[in-house]
Design a protein around this ligand. Structure first.
Ligand SMILES: NCCCC[C@H](N)C(=O)NCC(=O)O
Length: 465
């Protein structure tokens, strides 16, 4: 083995952290837009004559779930992963950012356009939505494709720069910054809309402007990405590079091949992570979409404050996700962290379901606990994937995990919207969320057992001493 004499760009601490903050900013703007309408349900369901959009809780549930519709039913995320592994980070990232911007533009038109009483109807499946909800949902679905593909691209970027360095810490910081986007949306959207006369479009427009800045910052990143690739080539040295190219031409190591996907599909650890991701995130992201109204309805919190309480969940994760990530880097115990987080998720939703919280401030404490759970699982789950799947398949692996997760992100809000229409006390919906937590605990236990058998190293530290 030739000794590596030349350092590559990612060996520079400054360069790799700069790259991280640039792409994390792009992702943060995407997360802001994802939840910018979550605290606005109270405005959306007001009649059109009163300045609202006249959406029912069912309409809102459909809109909230539309984020994952194209990803799931047109398999876009699956293709997104293949595009990422085949076409590379720069092409895929720019494509994803472009889709996000187009999607938000359509969504903005949906919530600001004058559609009168018109409705979008598919009579053969007995489906009908106000036209504003239909257009906004179409935009949100296109945005969802871009946001998810951007997510897998960013995960691959971080793995590219941080493998052998502070991988889990870096992923934790990226997730934390993304949560800052969610928290900003949860806290700021309703007061911002009210400051503009209760106009739903105002915070969406703000998000669109932020997203365009995020897109520009990704373009800046592509310059760094090119430089990293060049430094890797140079470090390999002319001779070694040529030798490797010859081998690559004969189809080995670094190249992506469809037949390699069987390695992913036949991996039990991978399936445990997929299921855990589906269940855990089904208990968190869809919950956030309804949490503001839950605070008003069940805990008497004022409209202006109600979005701030669920925003504690993403705020709590700001410090904790990097902290737990760094713990995983240094001490290990990734699978155990996932188990503890899942158990906390189940406990929190159980408490909401049985209504034992007489005051708003109890809800605050419970939200903080949910924030801790929401730090534990992601900080251990995402850096565990590269321990199970080789780098060349990582884009596809993250894409398949996100794909399965999107089934929950699409269908759970639609279902919960219907359930809340039928049972406005939230007992049924919170029991369903609690069920996701319990199932996540079971899968975490299974993951611990599979890891023991297959020696993935999920309980080992990431930083090798
Ligand atoms: N944009 C909000 C939903 C993003 C979901 C995404 N697939 C994901 O799981 N990202 C990692 C995370 O922990 O947020």
């Amino acid at each position: 083995m030739t000794e590596k004499i030349q350092r590559i760009l990612s060996d520079s601490k400054g360069a790799r952290w700069t790259a991280l903050f640039i792409v994390a900013f792009t992702m943060m703007t995407g997360y802001f837009i994802t939840d910018v309408m979550s605290p606005l349900e109270v405005l959306l369901d007001k009649p059109v004559a009163a300045g609202g959009l006249g959406w029912t809780s069912d309409d809102y549930g459909f809109f909230a779930g539309s984020y994952g519709l194209i990803n799931v039913f047109l398999l876009m995320l699956f293709f997104g992963g293949i595009i990422l592994d085949k076409m590379g980070i720069r092409f895929t990232g720019i494509m994803a950012c472009g889709l996000m911007v187009i999607g938000v533009f359509i969504k903005y038109y949906g919530v600001t356009g004058d559609f009168g009483d018109s409705r979008f109807t598919l009579s053969f499946v007995n489906f009908s939505l106000p036209m504003s909800a239909a257009v906004a949902s179409l935009g949100f679905a296109i945005f969802g494709v871009g946001c998810e593909i951007c997510g897998i691209t960013v995960s691959k970027i971080i793995t590219k720069w941080f493998t052998g360095h502070e991988l889990a810490l870096a992923m934790g910081i990226q997730v934390a910054l993304a949560r800052l986007g969610t928290a900003g949306a949860m806290m700021g959207a309703l007061p911002f809309a009210k400051a503009f006369g209760g106009k739903v479009g105002a915070p969406v427009l703000l998000g669109l402007v932020l997203l365009v800045i995020g897109f520009l910052s990704f373009i800046v990143y592509t310059v760094m990405d090119k430089k990293l690739d060049k430094s890797v080539e140079e470090a390999k040295g002319e001779k070694e590079f040529e030798k490797e190219k010859e081998t690559l031409d004969e189809e080995t190591d670094d190249d992506f091949h469809f037949r390699d996907l069987k390695y992913i599909f036949s991996n039990p650890g991978f399936w445990c992570i997929c299921l855990l991701c589906l269940l855990f995130y089904s208990g968190v992201f869809p919950f956030l979409k309804f949490a503001t109204k839950l605070m008003i309805a069940n805990y008497g919190v004022s409209e202006d404050m109600a979005g701030s309480i669920p925003s504690l969940i993403p705020f709590g994760t700001l410090l904790l996700t990097p902290l737990f990530g760094s713990l995983y880097d240094r001490i290990g115990k990734g699978a155990t962290l996932m188990l503890i987080g899942s158990a906390m998720l189940a406990a929190v939703h159980f408490i909401f379901a049985i209504h034992i919280l007489p005051y708003g401030w109890f809800a605050v404490i419970i939200m903080i606990i949910l924030g801790v759970a929401f730090s534990l699982v992601p900080s251990a789950m995402w850096p565990s994937v590269p321990k199970i799947i080789p780098m060349k398949l990582l884009g596809s692996a993250y894409a398949i995990i996100f794909y399965i997760q999107n089934i929950g992100l699409a269908l759970v809000p639609m279902f919960i919207g219907k359930v809340n229409g039928a049972d406005p006390s939230y007992t049924t919906s919170m029991s369903i969320f609690c069920g996701f937590g319990v199932a996540a605990v079971v899968i975490s236990l299974l993951l611990i057992a599979v890891d023991k058998k297959k020696h993935y190293g999920l309980q080992d530290a990431n930083i090798k001493k």
